[in-house]
Write a protein that binds this ligand. Structure first.
Ligand code: SF4
Ligand code: SF4
Length: 293
């Protein structure tokens, strides 16, 4: 049985999807790009550390393992650097849109959302296909795929065993951990949680005059349990702490997934002529609460 918050989110997601989720196509494009980069690097021989027969590659040339590992570190730094720069501008946008692990969480939710056996099966198959492709992309960095054709039976069985273990982990993630992993376990997510304090762009809330009808849909759908209406606002420090770097409510936890914006839009579809108060944009710095600790 899922914890209450997860059930509420799944119900709210089902309502949003039944009215046509606006961001689905964009989300698919971003994740395809992300997965494409992950696949292209080893497949094009930009970097591959081949733990099977030692045919290591760097920029299309055969190299020794130390050089290939250096290339691996540089590739990771480039990928990470890209997300770090985007984190400074739009916060944890990568977590909400470009991270394959986050996308796996959505497949778990799609299965929970399915109303018929047929759509449940279809969502299972789509999720299994995505998880499989993601794992293949990760494994290609470490083993030449020819292992399945030319490798010994031991090498093939080890490769299949690693794939099966990672695949099972993907299912565990989709059905049990989901976005809690992004918030509490993922090393990149945890790092962002501590360094993201003042990203200027995120989820903005129109406050004056506020069109908000206090329906609570945005809070129910948020995968990381924050109130999107207060996001990005400066948390007032205690008098003794007034020199400290200002904190922003929930900014380091918000993965910029946009689900709250979609939920709010869904609510306002029934209120023609009125503007939904939640949107992507510059966040303001209105004080939101007095710190007590
Ligand atoms: S506040 Fe909105 S954008 Fe941020 S994590 Fe929650 S639902 Fe996603
Ligand atoms: S979904 Fe929109 S209208 Fe409802 S509480 Fe959130 S901001 Fe207000």
């Amino acid at each position: 049985m899922l914890p209450l918050k997860k059930q509420e989110r799944v119900r709210m997601l089902a309502a949003v999807h039944s009215r046509g989720a606006a961001f689905t196509a964009i989300r698919v494009v971003v994740i395809t790009l992300s997965l494409g980069i992950l696949l292209a690097i080893p497949l094009l021989g930009i970097v591959q550390v081949d733990l099977w027969r030692g045919h290591h590659l760097l920029l299309g040339k055969s190299v020794d393992i130390i050089t290939a590992l250096k290339g691996f570190v540089v590739a990771m730094m480039v990928i990470y650097g890209g997300t770090f720069i985007s984190n400074m501008v739009v916060g944890r946008f990568f977590c909400g849109w470009g991270c394959p692990v986050g996308f796996v969480s959505r497949f778990g939710e799609d299965v929970a959302n399915a109303r018929t056996k047929r759509s449940k099966l279809l969502n299972h198959l789509k999720g299994a296909g995505f998880v499989g492709t993601f794992i293949i992309a990760v494994m290609l960095w470490w083993v030449d795929p020819m292992v399945m054709v030319e490798g010994s039976w031991t090498a093939r069985l080890v490769t299949i065993g690693v794939f099966a273990l990672l695949w099972a982990g993907g299912f565990g993630h989709a059905f049990m951990w989901r976005f809690g992993f992004c918030l509490n376990v993922c090393p990149i997510g945890l790092y962002y949680r501590f360094v993201t304090s003042r990203a200027p762009v995120g989820i903005a809330f129109i406050e004056v005059p506020s069109p908000c009808i206090e329906c609570g849909a945005c809070e129910k759908i948020c995968p990381v349990n924050i109130d999107p209406k207060a996001l990005g606002k400066e948390v007032v420090q205690e008098a003794t702490n007034y020199d400290a770097e200002p904190e922003r409510y929930g900014d380091a936890e918000c993965i910029r997934c946009g689900d709250c914006v979609e939920a709010c839009r869904m609510v306002f579809k029934k209120r023609p002529g009125e503007v939904p108060p939640l949107r992507f944009g510059r966040v303001d710095e209105t004080p939101v609460e007095q710190k007590t600790g």
